[in-house]
Design a protein. Structure first.
Length: 104
């Protein structure tokens, strides 16, 4: 009986550790990132605030759960923060969660 209660305790500890590690860490979006509304266009283009812009080679699009996605996987008119490279092309896009969008 002691072994069963010990195993149950270990299982509970492992479960709580797994749940804690599954939580998404707060993202660090640079303060100089620009605000916009994102809609996909024919690659490598995207619309930011209705203006057609170009994604830089190697550009990353990151969803609120910190997973990188292809540019066409972002829902139309999603609130985003983004950074440009020296040529004026988009190099990084952070799709905002509803909470992040309220704070901007």
């Amino acid at each position: 009986m002691r072994i069963a209660s010990l195993l149950a305790g270990v299982a509970a500890l492992l479960l709580s550790a797994a749940m804690a590690s599954a939580q998404v860490a707060a993202r660090k979006i640079p303060a100089d990132a620009l605000d916009g509304q994102y809609t996909a266009a024919t690659f490598p283009g995207v619309y930011i605030n209705g203006k057609l812009m170009r994604l830089a080679p190697g550009a990353r699009v990151v969803m609120p759960n910190n997973l990188a996605v292809t540019p066409n996987q972002v829902p139309a008119d999603s609130p985003v923060r983004y950074q440009l490279d020296k040529q004026g092309q988009i190099r990084m896009v952070w799709v905002l969660s509803p909470e992040e969008a309220r704070r901007r």
